[in-house]
Design a protein around this ligand. Structure first.
Ligand SMILES: *[C@@H]1O[C@H](CO)[C@@H](O)[C@H](O)[C@H]1NC(C)=O
Ligand SMILES: *[C@@H]1O[C@H](CO)[C@@H](O)[C@H](O)[C@H]1NC(C)=O
Length: 320
């Protein structure tokens, strides 16, 4: 599945920049006796678990490095395997509701936090900001996320039985009631390949279609909440092959099937999309206040190299 690799220590040192934007890049001068960093909440990706050793280690290192910092790993279920399974099977809208309850039961988060979403955890985090944002998110940072969905399923590793099971389930059945309620990837599968599939997406999808305000009735709360972010940092990977199209990590998508003018395989960048031009979810407003950052990291999906993290947490806006 979408495996995560991380240089834990590097990620931890990069955190200082995030926690203290006024001292960009120089991590060593973090004045931990003067400054209480805002908590960090991390929502992991598909196939991962809040109890996976690397994430627990990451949390521990952040806590050790910045005494007093509070780090929370979003856990939909209480065990390693059940939480991992919940990244594959479940109802994403319910999971966001659960996560909202989970965060509200944590007093340390009541003054807000910085949110980090790995892969699909990125668009789920954004869903939380749009629908709830209470406690409030200051900075949202997403790594290899699928903000405009996927039009294809990621290739399975040779021995990944879970992945094969999901593919088997979804083959030609992405928009069935069952898949839309119970298979996580189906809930952000935005199939622009044919008019028929795209109409099915619009008719049946209850998660991505909703949080992207694609329907005729826009929910103003979503826009108002997302606009409140200080920064929205989106990281895309240069050798991305798991997320199709890769530019979905930068909020780009293949054109609608009736508007592609022979360019069905060319993604429309965020700034040229209707979602941006008509500002369905507040992305244009964020851009106008300089709050959007587009980063490209070298490597494949979720390859969190040292350079990637240093660049990312520097918050420089890169144009397409
Ligand atoms: C808009 O979203 C908010 C938050 O999820 C919800 O409470 C409200 O009912 C929605 N409004 C409409 C018109 O759907
Ligand atoms: C677009 O991509 C699909 C799948 O990769 C391919 O089958 C199709 O031929 C491509 N279309 C064009 C116009 O290049």
């Amino acid at each position: 599945m979408w495996m995560l690799r991380a240089a834990v220590l590097v990620l931890v040192s990069a955190w200082a920049v995030l926690a203290l934007p006024s001292t960009p890049k120089d991590v060593s001068r973090f004045p931990d006796d003067l400054f209480q960093p805002l908590p960090v909440v991390i929502w992991h990706g598909l196939g991962d678990s809040a109890y996976s050793p690397w994430l627990l280690k990451l949390k521990e290192h952040i806590e050790k490095m910045y005494p007093g910092i509070f780090v929370h790993l979003v856990a939909i279920k209480p065990t390693l395997f059940s939480d991992q399974r919940a990244t594959v099977f479940g109802n994403v809208n319910d999971q966001i509701d659960l996560m909202h309850c989970e965060l509200n039961a944590i007093p340390e988060l009541r003054h807000g936090f910085d949110a980090v979403g790995f892969s699909q955890g990125g668009q789920f985090m954004r869903g939380y900001v749009e629908r709830y944002n209470s406690p409030r998110v200051r900075n949202l940072i997403t790594f290899g996320s699928q903000h405009m969905g996927i039009t294809d399923l990621p290739a399975c590793q040779p021995f990944d039985a879970l992945c094969r099971t999901v593919h088997g389930l979804l083959m030609g059945r992405v928009y069935t009631d069952y898949a839309q309620k119970s298979v996580v990837t189906a809930q952000y599968f935005r199939d622009t390949r044919t008019k028929e599939q795209f109409s099915l997406y619009k008719e049946r999808n209850k998660f991505l279609y909703d949080i992207n305000n694609e329907g005729p009735e826009k929910n103003g709360t979503y826009k108002a909440n997302l606009e409140r972010l200080d920064k929205f940092v989106m990281v895309k990977f240069s050798e991305e092959s798991t997320v199709v199209p890769a530019a979905s990590s930068w909020f780009a998508a293949y054109p609608d099937p009736d508007q592609h003018h022979g360019r069905a395989n060319e993604t429309t960048p965020l700034r040229q999309s209707a979602l941006y031009e008509e500002d369905w979810v507040g992305m244009r407003a964020l851009d106008r206040k300089g709050a959007l950052a587009f980063h490209e990291c070298s490597g494949g999906h979720m390859h969190l190299s040292q350079e990637c993290l240093a660049l990312t947490f520097g918050h420089e806006v890169k144009s397409y």
